[in-house]
Design a protein around this ligand. Structure first.
Ligand SMILES: [Zn+2]
Ligand SMILES: [Zn+2]
Length: 388
């Protein structure tokens, strides 16, 4: 009850509220007017595009995948690049952003503990959570001991106001001076870029918890949404991310649009990032197969009363598929135990051989898991066009 009240009577967070309300208004009024009354060179648009990518990806590649989740290691040059870009985004210091984000993962959807719980509605999860001083927004920083040990991040947090002013006014002004249009660059690469990046990032907490599919887990509201991935530098694959947060990829399939993953991978080829963490394919396929069974089970559970022959057959085939799936899981468990044993007893120089052999065996389990999904599709396909 007390908790409830402190949520309802939360005081306004004046500085964030001023920034989050005044900047979109200013962009909406000034930018169209400026574009209609001035000619803007392609160089200004190029700087705008670069700043969009720099700021947006510094949040996804830096604040999110590097500092919040530690999904890879980065060279100091990369860290600085991402830290300055992240500062340009005006989304709080690394400390604030990551402390809140780790709480979001830990207590996802909890209306009191998740700082931007989607269960509190679109507006709250999009930006309402920053406008008022809610108890869920008070962080004790106990969940970021790794970040507190980094003196550069300490400095960013301590002098954050100076950092954001210098970055957001200084860098676009400098770029504008270099290309001969300070005002145009400040308006586009400064103001418009800031507002767009804000809302594209906020989409991840709001829309990515509302619209899309749940191929890996339905234990939380996070969704995979390829359209939102286009605006969020690949973070639209949010259902995968909430299930496997330690993977450096969000769009885990090779064809999924995730420029942040390509950037991290590309930098690893240059030796600038390392230790990229990946969830094994078989584990990913297992999550997908399990979800397919869950969905099918729900459908089968809707059958009631006098079942038609088709329904009866589907039910029986579903049960036998369930048994086969359990068998595959048992084989997988046995293989994992065998892998540990083999690695324990093998000489280091033959480890590659062992790994190759195991790789094939894990791949065959993965194939079996994939086949179960196909079988399920076929089974349920029998009901297509027939009354359920
Ligand atoms: Zn995350
Ligand atoms: Zn989320």
């Amino acid at each position: 009850m007390a908790e409830n009240q402190s949520f309802e009577n939360a005081p306004i967070n004046w500085i964030p509220a001023f920034v989050l309300i005044s900047t979109p208004l200013a962009a909406l009024l000034i930018v169209p007017y400026y574009l209609l009354t001035h000619s803007v060179s392609w160089a200004v648009w190029a700087v705008f595009a670069f700043f969009m990518a720099w700021t947006g990806m510094s949040i996804t590649v830096g604040y999110h995948r590097l500092w919040s989740h530690r999904t890879y290691q980065a060279h100091p040059i990369v860290k600085w690049f991402l830290l300055i870009g992240g500062t340009l985004a005006v989304q709080g210091s690394v400390f604030d952003w990551c402390a809140g984000h780790r709480l979001h993962h830990r207590h996802v959807d909890d209306i009191y503990e998740d700082p931007y719980s989607a269960k509190r509605g679109f507006l709250f999860s999009h930006m309402g959570w920053m406008l008022k001083n809610y108890p869920s927004g008070h962080y004790d920083y106990k969940n970021i001991p790794d970040l507190k040990a980094d003196p550069v991040l300490v400095a960013q947090d301590k002098y954050y106001a100076v950092w954001i002013l210098l970055a957001n006014l200084g860098l676009p002004a400098l770029a504008g001076w270099l290309i001969g249009d300070v005002v145009g660059t400040l308006l586009l690469a400064g103001l418009l870029r800031l507002v767009l990046t804000h809302h594209f990032t906020f989409f991840i907490n709001s829309l990515c918890h509302m619209f899309g599919t749940r191929p890996y887990t339905d234990t939380n509201t996070a969704r995979d949404n390829p359209i939102l991935a286009l605006f969020t530098w690949g973070e639209g694959y949010h259902n995968y991310h909430h299930y496997f947060q330690y993977d450096y990829r969000n769009g885990v399939k090779w064809w999924q649009y995730d420029p942040s993953k390509w950037f991290i991978y590309g930098l690893s080829k240059l030796g600038l990032t390392s230790d990229l963490k990946r969830v094994p394919d078989v584990t990913i396929q297992h999550a997908q197969t399990e979800m397919a069974f869950k969905r099918a089970e729900r459908k089968v559970a809707t059958f009631s009363g006098n079942l038609t022959t088709d329904m009866q057959m589907v039910k029986e085939r579903f049960t036998s598929e369930q048994q086969a799936f359990k068998q595959t899981i048992a084989e997988w468990q046995a293989l994992k135990t065998k892998a540990i044993e083999m690695k324990k007893n093998e000489f280091a120089q033959r480890m590659n051989e062992v790994d190759d052999k195991l790789k094939d065996q894990f791949a065959s389990i993965e194939q079996k898991l994939r086949n179960h999904v196909q079988q399920l599709d076929q089974v349920l396909g029998q009901l297509k066009g027939k009354q359920i």
